[in-house]
Design a binder for this molecule. Sequence first.
Ligand code: ATP
Ligand code: MG
Length: 571
Amino acid sequence: MEKQDHFANTTATAANGSESTDFIRTRILADNASGRFQGQVHTRFPPEPNGYLHLGHAKSICLNFGVAREFGGKCNLRFDDTNPVKEDMEYVNAIREDVRWLGGDWDDREFYASNYFEALYTYAEALIEKGAAYVDDLSADEIRAMRGTLTEPGQESPYRNRSVEENLDLFRRMRKGEFPDGARVLRAKIDMASPNIVMRDPTLYRIRHTSHQRTGDTWCIYPLYDFAHCLSDSLEGITHSLCTLEFVNNRELYDWVLDTLGVYHPQQIEFARLNLTYTVLSKRKLITLVKEGYVRGWDDPRLPTLQGLRRRGVPPEALRDFCRRIGMARADSTVEYALLEFCIREYLNAHAPRLMAVLDPIHVVIENYPEDQTEYFDLPLYPEDDSFGTRKVPFCRDLWIERDDFRAEPPKKFHRLYPGNEVRLRYAYLLTCREAVYGESGELLELRCTIDPQSRGGQSPDGRKVKGTIHWVSMRHAKACEVRLYDQLFAVPDPENVPEGKTFLDNIAPSSMTCVSAMLEPALAERPTGECVQFERVGYFCKDKDSTPDHPVFNRTATLRDSWAKMEKKS
Ligand code: ATP
Ligand code: MG
C-alpha cells in the first residue's frame, strides 16, 4: 500500500528548497544548504508517558512528523521515560495509538530513554573523569537554597571539589544501592555564578529506589531530563531537536553536556506552545479533571485530549489542518477555540454524509396520507457527490419534525411551519399546516397537516414558491437515540487565570453536557461508531462507543454555526 502523505501540504516546497513557511523550516533549509547535517533531517516526538496526549502534543506531532516528511527525513517516537514514579504502560499504549491516529509514522523507530540507561550511566562516569561532574551530599532543599537568584550568584557546594576517584567511587555506590533516596545526587560542575541559573551545577542523577515499568529494579538511580534528553537525541542521530519555549534556557546545558562529552550534537530549536481558549493543555490539569470526576474519563469528548477529540468525532485531518493554520511562532500566544471548530466544520462539510434526525420532536399527522402506507425514497448521502451512495428513507403518515420548525405565531421572515403555511419536507413532499392541536394545559400535542400529492420529491408541481425546507423522520420507523450535546468545559476563555485562593477548577462551567432523546432515520442507527455524519440542518454528530443496538448514542461533534468566520469578519 502506498503511504499517504499526511503532512504533505504543510509546506509543499520545503523539500526542494525553494521556499519555507516558518522559522524552523527556514533554519532547516539553511542547515541543508550549508551541509551541516549532510542534508539529513531527523526529528523525534518525545512524550513522557505520564498522561494522555492533548492538542498541544498534536502541534508537536504535526511539526516533527511533518518536517521529517517534507524534507524526506525521519521522525522517531521516543518515550521519555526517565521518571519511574509517574509513568505507566497504559499511557504508552494510548500515546502510540494517538500518534498513529494523527498520521505519525515512526516505522520501527520506537525508542525509550530507558533503553539508554546503561549508555547514559557510562556518559556520566565520563563526565566525572573529565572533572565535569561530582557527587553532592547536600539535600535537594539545600541545593535549591544555595542556587542563588537572577541577581545573585549561587554558592558552591562544600562537596564540589571531591577528587575524581572519590566521585567515581560514590557514584558507583549510588548505582549499587548503598544510599537511600535523596542522600546524594550527581551534579554537573559548571558555574555557580552563571547568569543562566540552569547552568549552576544542575543535578544530573538522583537516587530513587523505585521500580521502573521497563527496567524493573535494575536501577535505583535515574537521570534527569537535561542529561537524558540531549544524549538520547545524540544517540539517535537526531538533527533538529524541536521543543517548546520553556526549554530556551536549557539549551545552553543541552549544548554543554554534548560538547563536554565530545559526542554528536543535534540542534535544539524552541517554538511556542499551543494555548487554546476555554481549555487547559497540561497533563497535570487534565489528570485532575479525570481523577476528580469532573469528566467521565480520558476520552470524555469535552477534553482536549486526542482520545476525547476522536471520541467526539473530530477527524485527524481537521486537527492537522488546525495545526497548519496556527503555524509556528517563537512567541507564546493563545489560539481561539473557534478556529479549531472552524477546521472541524471545514473538513466535515466536505466529507460527512448527510442524514436526518430530529432532536426535539413534535408529531406531524398528514391527514391526506393513508395510515398504513409506507413509501421509500432513495436519497443521496451527500447531495453533490454520488460516490457517497444513497440510503433508503421511509415515509409515512406520521412524522417527527423539529419542534422549533413550527411557530403558532410566526415572527417576521419565518418561512417554516405555521398554521396555513406551506413548507418543503426535505426530498419528500410539500406540506401545509392545517391545525395545531393542544393538550389541556396548553402544550402542543401534534400538527395536523396535508401534503400536495403532486409534489413527490419535494418539487413544486406548478412553480409556486415554497421558501422553507425542513427535515423529518418517519415516526413508525424512527430509532430513538440519546444525543449528547457538548459545550465548553470552562466558562471563561482563560480558565488558568485565577485570583489568589482559586484554581482553574473554579472556572468549570456549571453545565457542559446536555443529553436529549432524539429520533433518527433508520439508516442513521446503522452508521459505524466513530464516523462523523451531518444531521441535516442540525450539526455534526458521531456515534459513540456507548451505543448498543437498542440504544444508539451520538455525540455532537460540532454545530453548523460558524463563529470563527464571524469573528474574522468583525476584526
Ligand atoms: P504537559 O505540560 O501537558 O505535561 P509536557 O511538555 O510535559 O506537557 P511531554 O510529554 O513532555 O509533555 O511533551 C512531548 C512533546 O510535546 C514535547 O516536545 C513538548 O514540548 C510537546 N508539547 C507539549 N505540550 C505542548 C503544547 N501545548 N504545545 C506544543 N507542544 C507541546
Ligand atoms: Mg514534560
